[in-house]
Design a protein around this ligand. Structure first.
Ligand SMILES: Nc1nc2c(ncn2[C@@H]2O[C@H](COP(=O)(O)OP(=O)(O)OP(=O)(O)O)[C@@H](O)[C@H]2O)c(=O)[nH]1
Ligand SMILES: [Mg+2]
Length: 401
């Protein structure tokens, strides 16, 4: 873009000058009355200052002329014009001091400033146009990806970020991805985002592991699965504590597993019973503590269960969430437990759903560390460590219908 300033007696005079010098496509950006000459503000003459501009690539207009209407690019053009208008007006203010060299220096600096600003805006516009043209080419694949992830109930902010990153990658590489490449990039990016949260499992360093979570998510069944793995495969001496005395059959349910696995079990009715229970199980290398499922969307219940989780030795709490729960409810529960310092999460009932986005949202939004995924009622088989790559594959491949 070329910008030129005219100082004239009247506007028609400027118009003919602009036409002859800049051409018929030039536009007037600004006009204003100024005072010229004189001495210390006296004897000056009134004149009109006119700022006009012309696109320098006007001589080669086909790309512009054929460009499809693009609101983003148009907005950028508008931004450029406004910016030029503002800065040009600032530059052309009448100089307050009579020192010509000083004025000239300042003017040059300001002109350089305008040129730099125009260059930046122009670069921004080119990038925007490139992105737009590539997104038009890829829109079919990107829209398919976006629709799929929305069906999987991934939060829209993550879908948007993913699409933007894929677009950026295309721009960097100066290519347009085909369908396979789009999904491949999605896989790589999602995997990279989840990687920092993976590989935690349940720590080997702790002796006590508490399991908390809403009613019926599979806490007791999961404890049985993990205990079987620890006793049978790892040969560890495991003990159970249950504080679930709300439901009549709850104690019996865990006792059945305890008997099958030959694991001692203690029942606690309140926090005061805990020292006795730990004393009874002092020979055990690993203690799994079962808790009653409650409506943990209520923070009161969260604080209640938390009071039962206090131990004098290293312990860890695992939040168990079922994939059959609603995403928003799961988020509310996770939010409450996070406030009490819970970081680890275990997902159950993956076999009962084909919608997996909630796992991604919970990990990313609450920085939770996924430990295991359970996908069935069979003890001990239906549980496995959380693996980022197999999870992302499941998320991208799953068909909701
Ligand atoms: N399909 C499926 N069912 C599961 C899974 N895990 C547990 N269940 C079933 O879910 C039901 C509830 O499991 P529990 O282990 O009693 O759940 P809980 O969280 O201890 O329940 P409360 O103690 O009542 O809060 C049982 O029928 C389990 O067999 C799983 O991964 N997949
Ligand atoms: Mg239970």
């Amino acid at each position: 873009m070329r910008v030129k300033r005219y100082v004239v007696n009247a506007l028609p005079e400027a118009v003919s000058l602009i036409r002859s010098e800049l051409g018929k496509d030039a536009v007037i950006l600004n006009t204003k009355e100024i005072k010229v000459g004189g001495f210390m503000g006296m004897f000056s003459k009134k004149k009109m200052e006119v700022i006009a501009a012309i696109e320098t690539n006007q001589a080669n207009p086909p790309a512009q002329a054929q460009r499809a209407p693009n609101p983003q690019v148009d907005a950028a053009v508008e931004q450029i014009l406004q910016s030029v208008q503002r800065t040009a007006t600032a530059v052309m203010e009448p100089p307050p001091a009579p020192l010509i060299d000083e004025q000239e220096k300042k003017r040059n600096e300001r002109e350089q400033f305008i040129i730099d600003e125009i260059r930046d805006l122009k670069e921004y516009m080119v990038t925007l146009s490139k992105k737009q043209s590539q997104s038009t080419e890829l829109s079919e694949h990107l829209i398919a990806l976006s629709d799929h992830l929305a069906e999987q109930e991934m939060d829209s902010q993550w879908i948007e970020r993913l699409l933007n990153e894929i677009l950026d990658k295309q721009t960097e590489e100066g290519t347009s991805y085909n369908k396979e490449q789009v999904w491949e990039q999605a896989f790589l990016l999602l995997e990279a985002w989840l990687q920092p949260y993976s590989g935690s499992g349940i720590s080997d360093q702790v002796r006590v592991v508490h399991f908390v979570g809403p009613t019926g998510v599979g806490k007791t069944t999961t404890i049985a699965k993990l205990a079987a793995e620890q006793t049978i495969k790892q040969g560890k001496k495991v003990g159970f504590i249950t504080s679930d005395t709300y439901r009549i059959a709850a104690v019996d349910q865990l006792r059945t597993y305890a008997n099958i696995l030959n694991v001692p079990m203690e029942v606690v009715f309140s926090q005061m019973d805990l020292p006795r229970a730990f004393k009874q199980l002092e020979e055990r290398e690993l203690i799994y503590m079962d808790t009653a499922g409650r409506n943990f969307r209520s923070e009161l219940h969260v604080s209640e269960v938390n009071s039962l989780l206090q131990t004098s030795e290293p312990s860890e709490t695992v939040l168990v969430l079922s994939m059959t729960g609603k995403t928003r409810d799961m988020a509310a529960v996770a939010d409450h437990f996070c406030k009490y310092g819970v970081r680890k999460v275990l997902f159950t009932k993956l076999d009962e759903t084909s919608v997996y986005g909630a796992i991604f949202n919970l990990i990313m939004n609450y920085e939770l560390l996924p430990t295991y995924m359970a996908s069935g009622q069979t003890v001990p088989d239906d549980i496995e460590s959380f693996k980022v790559d197999s999870y992302i594959r499941q998320l991208l491949r799953s068909s909701v219908s």
